[in-house]
Design a protein. Structure first.
Lengths: 293, 276, 361
């Protein structure tokens, strides 16, 4: 009888553990592959130890990809945070317009990123796309959106912003709605201005919520794939080849499996480190916010 | 003062409307594109004679792209993935909410790290493995790999729901004479049912919207709409109207579902980190 | 009937129960009294089998309950949180035990039983309501009803009255004790309210830091408290505890020498002690050992008056009939009397705990 009581929780998680191992297995297998020179042209691979990683770190292509990835992640996360918080603040006023629009806030977020990229690709087409058509009256008719390096990166970020701004806005709005009202009433009684209230009250209390959103967005955009794959395929040239796209090209296009996986392992390490730092920071902020309340 | 206040209110509303134009215009434009006849595709922008021809073509498989089958595939693998995740995830979520023990904490952390792991780390080895095992381009293969998306979501969010539920309700049931299994099914589960429904739908949406797994691990038989929609852009002559129609058809299920679970989205999207 | 032998239970670094010993006799109404965090709820849940003790034995009818599931122990429990099923109606909450595999009553019989209990508790009209639409007092009755509907070896009641307002609490206190099933069934009743414990308990156990400090009838606990803290827990206004030392002849003297009492302490001269005297054992008129002081403040409590008197550096309070206190003003000199047999003597409170009671010669 006693052993059943002790074992019960373990029995309950066994299926999930097995399934998790089913996912961990390919991960471990991938890690193992990176020590070989496994590719479609070499199905009987030789052990090369850390040679793949050496190659990764000495390639210009890697550093280019890393740079593009960071630009993309920082740009997208920053833009989404600012825009998302702004939208949340505007919706929090709950004007009539706001209450109506809030209901459809999440629509872009529920569209598959790849579909979103397809939609924007159709709109950004330089000669027949609707965006250039609409910009013609302001004298910006022929912008080569996805055909210049800077344009391609900015366009990709724009699609990311289009999809994920609601994510930040939804979390920030939930945060705004859960803030205590008494400090704001006290500030109003003291005659504090809007800017002061925002800087000294709203923002610090809201920050833990926003930070959750920022963490999710930053880490997700470090491993962006769908949007770039559909919008630019990494082009023009290598200008938007982020790390996961590079890994895809190496492993699937050129069928150099071991080498491709090495790229993702490096990316995984970066994401993991970023997560550790950010989550630690979040914990500190949340504790501080809890104390302030 | 009041005039200034009202003016600020109008400005704020205007800013909001501006954002929503940005957010909604692409969807509206897709609707327009999808209703355009092929010959007016590039000659006009907003005035055209609407036709359902593009939808007929897309759903009639007449471009050599079996879109209806892709749609069904998406449905099967998404439902399958969610069902499997619920089956193994609910007990795990319950156990880890009720009893904190080392195994469950490790499991929870591993699942969370799945959420943030680059997909290709797992897919490339699976690409090799699936071809050996005969799982390439199959439902089973897709459902397995989609656990990477659905299982962490379901376990983490259901754990936060179960943790919010006081264990005393189940304890009361035990003292009423019910077994632990009955206490779970008669008391705990009915109380988190809205959470289960919401998280299932959200997991379904994420599974449906996934692109990189079917891109690499399927070729035709088990391919899904996200990959299918992209193939309309291929070929020498991009078929804008067909692409738009395919894109719209493929976003209908997630959009409809999303609107039904608005209230539960915050917790779902933040992995239970933010409750509302 | 209920026996706990050396029960220990820790939650991480926090010790909830520390070798707890307890015996509740067949048919007895036993109150477990203690402050929050003393381990009262853990004790109940251990008896119910909802918590597994780290060590020690739970006995029900002399039978070791180790490994026996809660649903097989045959005890009924009323939770402090009520633990009503929020998604069900009042009726479904009440009938839940009777539908369970353990009791499984035919539907008609179950319905009669629920109606009888609901009638008894005066909630007959509420049965169709969802519990979310009931007041605290009504929920409390439902929770109690869910305990009463089925036969049980023992009732375990966890602060069932604590969330009620004062008036309702007093009314329910009387009702609970009057219920026939409660009178017949062994009941372990947890409370932090000493008035409740004295009013309800055939015997009371005082629990502190996961141990039972004292068990006894209300007279034993009132007249022979184990230590100063037990003495302080019972009686309002609180017992007066005056510090001082034992004199050569076994008497008591306060440090400033203003208070001397003939207590006949069974302790060597010079021992640091506290002498305890309950406010109702001090009088302004009755004969006895006399003390003199000055009035500090008076407070009317209905028909009687609480008078706080300054005796040297000390304050003592007493409760006197209103007539005895007419004309008393602050700083008036006053003479009070105490019967030596009503005095309690304790060791001084120390860092290791409250001072224990010292016997008298």
């Amino acid at each position: 009888m006693g052993w059943r009581l002790t074992l019960r929780p373990y029995l309950l998680i066994v299926p999930a553990l097995l399934l998790t191992c089913g996912i961990l297995y390919p991960f471990g297998l991938g890690l193992y592959y990176t020590l070989f020179d496994f590719s479609a042209s070499k199905p009987q691979p030789d052990m090369v130890r850390l040679h793949n990683y050496e190659t990764v770190f000495t390639q210009d292509a890697f550093w280019n990809s890393a740079w593009v990835t960071v630009l993309y992640a920082v740009g997208a996360a920053a833009a989404e945070t600012v825009l998302g918080v702004a939208v949340a603040l505007l919706l929090h006023r709950s004007s009539l317009v706001g209450r109506v629009l809030e209901k459809i806030l999440i629509l872009p977020l529920m569209i598959a990123p790849v579909i979103a990229a397809i939609m924007w690709k159709l709109m950004l087409q330089p000669s027949v796309g609707v965006v250039n058509h609409l910009l013609k009256p302001v004298g910006l008719g022929g912008v080569q959106w996805t055909d210049t390096p800077a344009g391609a990166l900015l366009s990709s970020i724009a699609v990311d912003v289009w999809v994920y701004t609601p994510f930040v806005a939804i979390l920030a709005l939930a945060g705004l709605r859960s803030l205590p009202t008494s400090p704001f009433e006290a500030a109003a009684v003291d005659g504090a201005g809007w800017w002061y209230t925002f800087r000294r009250l709203t923002l610090p209390m809201l920050w833990p919520y926003v930070l959750v959103a920022v963490i999710f967005r930053f880490m997700d955009s470090l491993k962006v794939f769908d949007i770039i794959y559909a919008l630019t395929e990494g082009g023009p040239g290598d200008s938007t080849v982020v790390l996961q796209i590079r890994a895809y090209l190496e492993a699937i296009r050129f069928q150099r499996y071991s080498f491709g996986i090495s790229y993702t392992i490096v990316l995984w390490a970066v994401v993991y480190l970023a997560a550790m730092v950010l989550v630690k920071h979040l914990g500190r902020i949340q504790r501080k916010a809890a104390e302030a309340k | 003062m009041t005039v200034r206040k009202r003016l600020l209110g109008v400005l704020a509303d205007a800013a909001l409307i501006l954002y929503f134009v940005f957010a909604l215009f692409p969807i509206a434009w897709m609707v327009i594109l999808s209703l355009k006849p092929a010959n007016q595709l590039f000659s006009t922008y907003f005035s055209f004679t609407p036709t359902l021809g593009s939808y007929r073509t897309v759903l009639g498989d007449s471009e050599g792209i079996p879109f209806v089958r892709f749609f069904v595939n998406s449905l099967v693998v998404s439902v399958g993935a969610v069902a499997l995740s619920l089956l193994v995830g609910l007990p795990a979520a319950y156990a880890s909410a009720r009893w904190r023990f080392k195994g469950s904490e490790n499991l929870m952390f591993t699942l969370l790290s799945f959420r943030f792991a680059p997909e290709l780390t797992v897919i490339i080895p699976l690409f090799v493995l699936y071809q050996k095992l005969g799982l390439f381009d199959t439902y089973v293969g897709m459902i397995w790999v989609l656990q990477l998306v659905t299982l962490p979501l379901i376990v983490w969010i259901m754990r936060s729901y179960f943790a919010d539920l006081t264990p005393e309700l189940e304890q009361a049931a035990l003292l009423d004479g019910y077994t632990r299994k009955q206490a779970f099914f008669k008391v705990a589960l009915p109380l988190v049912k809205p959470g289960v429904a919401a998280v299932s739908l959200l997991a379904f949406i994420f599974a449906w919207n996934n692109f990189v797994f079917p891109l690499i691990l399927t070729s035709n038989e088990a391919q899904t709409v996200t990959v299918g929609a992209l193939s309309f852009l291929g070929g020498d002559r991009p078929k804008y109207n067909l692409t738009a129609a395919a894109a719209l058809v493929s976003v209908v299920p997630p959009l409809l579902l999303a609107l039904t679970i608005q209230r539960y989205l915050v917790r779902g999207l933040s992995f239970g980190a933010v409750k509302s | 009937m209920i026996g706990l032998r050396g029960i220990s239970k820790a939650y991480g670094p926090v010790t909830a129960l520390d070798g707890l010993e307890l015996d509740v006799r067949e048919g007895e109404f036993f109150c477990l009294l203690g402050p929050s965090g003393a381990g009262k709820t853990t004790t109940l849940k251990t008896v119910a089998g909802l918590e597994r003790p780290d060590s020690g034995t739970v006995l029900l009818d002399g039978e070791d309950m180790a490994g026996v599931e809660p649903y097989d122990r045959g005890v009924a429990m009323c939770f402090e949180s009520y633990a009503l099923y929020p998604h069900k109606s009042a009726y479904d909450n009440l009938v839940s035990p009777l539908r369970s595999p353990r009791h499984r009553l035919p539907a008609a019989e179950a319905r009669d039983r629920v109606h009888a209990v609901a009638e008894l508790l005066g909630i007959g009209a509420l049965l169709d309501r969802p519990v979310g639409r009931l007041s605290n007092g009504q929920r409390q009755r439902i929770a109690l009803g869910r305990v009463l509907v089925r036969p049980a070896r023992a009732f375990l009641l966890d602060e069932p009255l604590s969330h009620l307002d004062a008036k309702l609490r007093q009314q329910m206190r009387a009702e609970v004790k009057a219920i026939g099933d409660v009178q017949r069934t062994t009941t372990l009743y947890v409370t932090h309210d000493s008035v409740e414990a004295l009013a309800l308990g055939d015997r009371t156990g005082v629990i502190r830091d996961g141990r039972i400090v004292q068990t006894g009838t209300r007279e034993e606990i009132w007249y022979e408290p184990h230590d100063t803290e037990v003495a302080r827990a019972f009686g309002r206004p609180r017992i007066n505890l005056l510090p001082g030392t034992v004199t050569e002849d076994g008497g008591f003297r306060s440090p400033d020498g203003k208070v001397e009492l003939p207590v006949r302490a069974a302790a060597p001269a010079g021992t640091q002690v506290l002498v305890g005297v309950r406010p109702r054992d001090l009088s302004l008129t009755a004969p006895g050992h006399e003390l003199t002081g000055t009035v500090y403040v008076t407070e009317v409590l209905g028909r009687s008056v609480e008078v706080t008197v300054r005796l040297g550096d000390q304050h003592v309070s007493l409760v006197a009939p209103r007539g005895d206190t007419a004309g008393l003003r602050p700083d008036d000199p006053v003479r009070l009397t105490v019967r030596p047999e009503n005095l309690l003597l304790f060791e001084a409170d120390g860092p290791e705990g409250p001072g224990r009671r010292i016997g008298k010669r």
